[in-house]
Design a protein around this ligand. Structure first.
Ligand code: FEO
Length: 179
């Protein structure tokens, strides 16, 4: 059984994950509008991942006999000056989410609530991967540059990331022999 404070904090995180999904879906739409199909695909996939993050939290609340509460979700920004700014915003947003997860871990550790502490370890690892992923996209943008045909090559590189990620998700969904 979770404390009311922990239930409230996990519900807050649910809303943040929904906001993250809306943010990336909105950014995907901006990319479609700018004919950046690779970036649009990548962000559309990532919007789905954020909803999966939300559902993990929702299921955990249900498993612990708690009520999930979906509150109002802020509207994401709709305009960006450049694809560089867009990915800088994503990287900054993910760093904020990492801080929120760290805060949840701190509460679970302090209460103590070892079940939630263990449950949150998946999010700790996931945030490490997400920060690494978006930092690598930013590094590619800086390396290639957005002048001339640079934007085309960046979009192609990001599309490769989307394809790789889709293949990874599909392989993880496949049962391994003997299962
Ligand atoms: Fe749910 Fe991108 O962190």
């Amino acid at each position: 059984m979770l404390s009311q404070n922990m239930i409230d904090q996990l519900n807050h995180q649910i809303n943040l994950e929904i906001y993250s999904s809306h943010l990336y879906l909105q950014m995907s739409s901006w990319c479609v509008h700018k004919a950046l199909d690779g970036c649009a695909l990548f962000l559309n996939q990532h919007a789905d991942e954020e909803m999966m993050h939300m559902r993990r939290l929702l299921n955990y609340l249900h498993e612990t006999g708690s009520l999930a509460v979906l509150g109002p979700v802020d509207a994401p920004p709709t305009q960006f000056h450049s694809v560089t700014e867009l990915f800088e915003k994503i990287y900054a947003h993910e760093q904020v989410i990492t801080q929120k997860i760290n805060h949840l871990v701190h509460i679970a550790n302090t209460e103590p609530d070892y079940s939630t502490l263990q449950f949150l370890q998946w999010y700790v690892a996931e945030q490490h991967q997400e920060e690494f992923l978006f930092k690598s996209v930013l590094d590619k943008i800086k390396l290639i540059g957005t002048d001339g045909q640079g934007m085309f090559f960046i979009d192609e590189e990001v599309k490769k990331l989307a394809t790789t990620k889709a293949a990874k998700v599909a392989s993880e969904a496949m049962p391994t022999p003997g299962e």
